[in-house]
Design a protein around this ligand. Sequence first.
Ligand SMILES: O=C(O)c1ccccc1N[C@@H]1O[C@H](COP(=O)(O)O)[C@@H](O)[C@H]1O
Length: 209
Amino acid sequence: MPPFVKICGLSTPETLDAAIRLGATHIGLVHYAPSPRHVDLKTATDLRQRAEGKVKVALLLVNASQQLTGEALSQVRPDIVQFHGNETPEWLAAVKRLVPAEVWKAVGLADAGTLDRVRKYDGAADRILFDAPAAALPGGTGTRFDWSLLKNHRHSIDWGVAGGLTPANVAQAIAETGAPLVDVSSGVESAPGVKDVDKIAAFLKATGR
Ligand SMILES: O=C(O)c1ccccc1N[C@@H]1O[C@H](COP(=O)(O)O)[C@@H](O)[C@H]1O
């Protein structure tokens, strides 16, 4: 059974429609001003409504204030909120009590010890997304981590792999980690923030979707 596939950082109706048509199970909208994939809340809401009932929509936030988080979630009404900064388990649990959305937490996977430390999110998050450790930006940089850290990985909640995935390496990432979900952003772009439909197609094909 192929993993779930999330295409993150979509910002136009055309690329959103293509991702859905080509078989993505999830799409991501980035609301984080420093990102080249940032969309304002009006655009995020329009794209979310366009995708309604066709694919699961994640809204990605990074260390957003309480006010911004509330505004974004009540306006966009995503299926999933993906926290990609230093958000605490307590913060995730508080959000989960308030909104009817899945809560995901991205974590930079630097070493085997991270796998133990990340268990603090069990119970607060619905899914852990393993990504490369944060660099200039906390994600979306095309940097991969050592997939062997996830060999035979078992987790009590759902999880997935992100970071530096491309059409050329995603099959290997799936084979090495057994990830139930893979997430890609810059690996399906022709320039930062510009999604490439041919690369999205190649990526989905390589996952078995
Ligand atoms: O996509 C972004 O611009 C972004 C900005 C800030 C935090 C996370 C971001 N994207 C997420 O990072 C992973 C990895 O991206 P990439 O495939 O290595 O480019 C991506 O899957 C998004 O979920």
